[in-house]
Design a protein around this ligand. Structure first.
Ligand SMILES: Nc1ccn([C@@H]2O[C@H](COP(=O)(O)OP(=O)(O)OP(=O)(O)O)[C@@H](O)[C@H]2O)c(=O)n1
Ligand SMILES: C[C@](O)(CO)[C@H](O)COP(=O)(O)O
Length: 228
């Protein structure tokens, strides 16, 4: 038994501010999306990878990733990240565990993916998270409403991993209710399941703005370009 990976890659990269989808930008000579896909390609338990691509970039993405044998399909994505993932869920068969991982997080490691997979076999819904380093406050109209106990605050990452029936049920319910969440786990939570966390990695950044490219270079330099 193994798992299927869904990689949402259909965004516009508006906050990056480049003309092309940020996932086609290169970090140290390799595109962000190829870096992300190659980590999953090398994981023995990853059986297949589906990519959600912008409808205008499906062919480009297929060509760009054609040498990855585990890429089983490039599916046209939707308006929001959640819609893109939902389009892939509709074509998924023959898998018991589904991992969703942002195309924009190329520094995920083999160790973290394998750890997450093992945890998903014990619990049906598991996500990577790191302890918040800053104090988190709830703010409305520029005024602080509440300060949270930092010990209970976590920043969540991807991959987020689920038994197939759990993620399918959660996505169907969200679609029925017109609910849009900023991550997959929030859909699973509102469907009534317990979502567990396992230790993430502060290097597992989501490349979102231009400054993140500088951080990306420094992560690669520290890793010597090989430690995944
Ligand atoms: N309609 C969308 C929007 C986002 N994504 C993907 O979801 C991941 C996380 O999204 P984010 O980093 O916010 O990427 P963008 O949406 O491209 O960025 P922005 O919000 O700045 O436009 C990315 O891999 C992105 O390609 C997607 O598949 N479909
Ligand atoms: C799913 C996610 O990466 C968890 O941190 C994040 O919520 C994606 O957010 P975005 O708005 O699509 O960048």
């Amino acid at each position: 038994m193994g798992f299927t990976t869904i990689i949402p890659a259909a965004g516009q990269g508006k906050r990056m501010g480049t003309e092309i989808n940020k996932l086609f930008l290169e970090v140290d000579g390799e595109t962000i999306i190829r870096r992300t896909v190659s980590v999953f390609q090398e994981i023995e338990k990853c059986e297949q990878i589906f990519i959600a691509a912008h409808p205008n970039e499906v062919h480009l993405m297929e060509e760009h990733l054609k040498d990855f044998s585990k890429v089983a399909g490039v599916i046209p994505g939707g308006k929001e990240r959640q819609h893109s993932i939902n389009e892939v869920l509709k074509v998924l068969i023959d898998t018991e565990v589904v991992m969703v991982h942002d195309g924009a997080r190329p520094f995920i490691t083999h160790e973290k993916i394998n750890q997450l997979y093992q945890e998903t076999l014990k619990n049906n819904a598991v996500i990577l998270a790191v302890q918040a380093k800053d104090t988190i406050k709830r703010v409305i109209d520029g005024v602080v409403e509440e300060t949270y106990d930092r010990a209970t605050m976590f920043q969540v990452q991807t991959p987020q991993s689920f038994s197939r029936n759990v993620i399918l049920q959660a996505y169907n319910l969200a679609e029925k209710d017109g609910f849009i969440g900023t991550d997959d786990a929030s859909l699973v939570e509102r469907a009534g399941y317990k979502v567990h966390i396992t230790n993430g990695d502060y290097d597992n950044i989501k490349i979102t703005t231009h400054e993140d490219l500088i951080i990306a270079d420094s992560i690669l330099e520290r890793r010597g370009n090989c430690d995944v």
